[in-house]
Design a binder for this molecule. Structure first.
Ligand SMILES: [Zn+2]
Length: 71
């Protein structure tokens, strides 16, 4: 039986064709991975955008309803 190593917890588990949690060993590890990439995907790296920020005055309004609270 083929075995796969869980990328989250590193546990070796038998590969099941219809396993919904593949390539993770358990739904828990799948959720952990999902949370990891979600946390990184929606997090924009801090950069100096002032150089690219110009007031063109084209009447465009950038709505930024970003409200970070807690963590
Ligand atoms: Zn795992």
């Amino acid at each position: 039986m083929e075995q796969h190593t869980c990328p989250i917890c590193g546990r070796a588990f038998p590969v099941v064709p219809r396993r919904a949690t593949f390539p993770f060993c358990s739904p828990r590890c799948k959720m952990v991975d999902l949370g990891n990439w979600l946390d990184g995907a929606y997090r924009i790296p801090a950069q100096d955008d002032e150089l690219f920020s110009e007031n063109t005055g084209d009447g465009r309004t950038d709505q930024d309803g970003h409200d970070s609270s807690g963590g």
